[in-house]
Design a protein around this ligand. Structure first.
Ligand code: FE2
Length: 384
């Protein structure tokens, strides 16, 4: 019997219109909040303006930092932390997709300490400002876990990190905010949900708790991933994808990710215009083929949750049918792509393979099939 320690302290508020509660929730923590967000989408959709009003009405003074880019850099995070310190913000609110949410957690750590945020990769953080996440996409899972991913623009390194003090205090998951998500973002972030659940379910660190979350994720993805892309105004599908995202976020908080994420981080670290989910899409099929023999039973269980019929299929055929199913989903999402389509240069593959180990080594180790740098380079080449 294996020993387990399961801990997740995030208070989750799920439901349409719940952004309206943000003021009341924020007021519990501080009278001054730094909103960490991106440059465009939250302004265009009116969500940022709405949040500012809600906070002011509740007596919380909002300060806006809207300089977060899609693959947030350590410079952006340190700048935001400097503003939080200068303005004496007692709360960080992450508003948007994975990038602002990840950044909010990193800002909360850097604003409490006296060293640049990059130093926290080696120096564990003991304390952070409280964080509230308000998520606008369905993919990251960042809204409910402790993880943050940041890019060093000088080296292209894109490591993930997460300490216990980085758990958001509360997460607001309001599917109405997600109605404004453009199709490409819906597809890419939605596919990220699948990879989170797939890697948590097949990884060496899997356990009964993460697996329970993952099985519900597969079940939700089966009917809602492509539907949310095809029918952007379908609030039911949006809501189910938001649930799937949060559940997968909880699963990776327990059991981590694997080789697909290990390879993708250096891809989008070196090519900041590549969306995380698109990078994953390019890498998933070859990685699934690589892992199939190591966790065939898991593949079969996932196939079952995706509604694939077993009748007449051998174990090998049934497990392989999952890969075909995922290929079909990628095609339906217009994400049937290779690394070449994302602008990745072939000459960079060796650097990317190396960085999978130096920045995401824990994820390679968690992968069901053993892989060294040579195998990872082969996978990158096959995914080109
Ligand atoms: Fe991810």
């Amino acid at each position: 019997m294996e020993n387990l320690n399961i801990y997740n302290p995030v208070k989750i508020h799920f439901g349409g219109g719940l952004i309206g509660e943000a003021g009341k929730i924020a007021k519990k923590y501080s009278d001054t909040a730094l909103i960490v967000t991106g440059k465009n989408s939250m302004q265009k959709s009116g969500t940022l303006g709405k949040l500012v009003k809600i906070l002011k009405d509740a007596g919380v003074a909002p300060i806006i930092f809207d300089g977060i880019t899609p693959n947030p850099t350590i410079n952006e995070i340190d700048s935001a932390a400097g503003i939080a310190k200068e303005k004496k913000a007692g709360l960080i609110i992450g508003l948007g997709g994975g990038s602002p949410l990840d950044s909010a957690k990193a800002v909360a750590v850097a604003a409490k300490g006296n060293i640049p945020v990059w130093s926290y990769l080696k120096t564990p953080a003991e304390e952070a400002l409280p964080v509230i996440t308000i998520v606008s996409t369905s993919g990251t899972g960042s809204e409910v876990n402790r993880y943050s991913v940041m890019t060093n623009p000088e080296t292209g390194e894109k490591p993930g990190f997460g300490y216990e003090c980085m758990y958001p205090k509360e997460a607001i998951i309001d599917p109405e905010i997600m109605l404004s998500m453009p199709p490409y973002v819906t597809a890419a972030t939605g596919f990220d949900v699948f990879v989170h659940a797939f890697e948590a379910f097949t990884g060496k660190a899997k356990n009964a708790f993460s697996s329970a979350y993952c099985m519900q994720v597969f079940y939700l993805l089966k009917d809602n991933l492509v539907k949310a892309y095809d029918e952007p105004d379908n609030i039911e599908a949006r809501g189910n994808m938001a649930l799937a995202s949060a559940l997968a976020g909880l699963a990776i908080d327990i059991s981590g990710v694997g080789i697909i994420h290990a390879m993708e981080h250096p891809v989008s670290g070196n090519y900041p215009n590549v969306a995380h989910g698109a990078g994953l899409a390019a890498l998933t099929i070859e990685s699934m083929k690589y892992n199939l023999e190591s966790c065939k039973r898991d593949f079969m269980l996932i196939a079952h949750h995706f509604g694939i019929k077993r009748a007449g299929k051998s174990e090998d055929e049934y497990a392989a049918a999952l890969i075909e199913k995922i290929q079909g989903i990628l095609a339906a999402l217009n994400l049937n792509i290779g690394l070449k389509d994302l602008g990745v240069e072939k000459s960079k593959l060796a650097k990317i393979a190396g960085e999978a180990f130096t920045t995401m080594g824990f994820a390679v180790q968690n992968n069901p099939a053993e892989a060294g740098e040579k195998e990872v380079l082969k996978l990158l080449e096959a995914s080109y």
